[in-house]
Design a protein around this ligand. Structure first.
Ligand code: CA
Ligand code: CA
Length: 149
């Protein structure tokens, strides 16, 4: 059990409206999404990059099997994008900017051994099977941003 390190996020957010951002992203349900197919150097860096697109954008929060399936298809097979789930003080939560936005994982799709490594506190999606797995937060990875409309 570890506490996620606090990071200072540099805001370079343009003043684009949600509508302007979503025009170039993929709309699904009440959100729009961007798959970033270039690795960020860490989970926190991926959070920060989402914020550069809009100050309400965050790593994707997956709340249902249908949203999980949408994200899987958006990214395509054989990828391991970061999602917005992280372990804070022993609890897995949807989090952005160091704040637990939703402490209840009403839906989850973890592999069975996801919680077996104390130093793996950030979650990613395995797009081959839709399962979530944990990884060291300072690992490079592609990622998916979400912005609620
Ligand atoms: Ca969502
Ligand atoms: Ca852990």
């Amino acid at each position: 059990m570890t506490t996620v390190e606090e990071t200072t996020i540099t805001r370079t957010t343009p003043d684009n409206s949600v509508e302007e951002v979503c025009q170039t992203w993929t709309i699904w349900g009440s959100s729009c999404y961007l798959y970033v197919n270039t690795s960020a150097p860490s989970w926190d860096a991926a959070v920060a990059q989402c914020l550069t697109y809009h100050n309400s954008a965050h790593l994707v929060f997956i709340g249902s099997a249908s949203e999980n399936d949408f994200v899987k298809r958006l990214v395509g097979p054989g990828k391991y994008p970061w999602i917005g789930v992280t372990e804070i003080e022993g609890e897995w939560v949807w989090s952005t900017q160091g704040i637990a936005v939703d402490a209840t994982l009403t839906y989850s799709n973890w592999v069975s051994n996801y919680n077996s490594h104390a130093d793996q506190d950030c979650g990613f999606l395995q797009t081959n099977n839709g399962k979530w797995q944990s990884h060291k937060c300072n690992a490079e990875d592609v990622f998916v941003c979400e912005l609620e409309q």
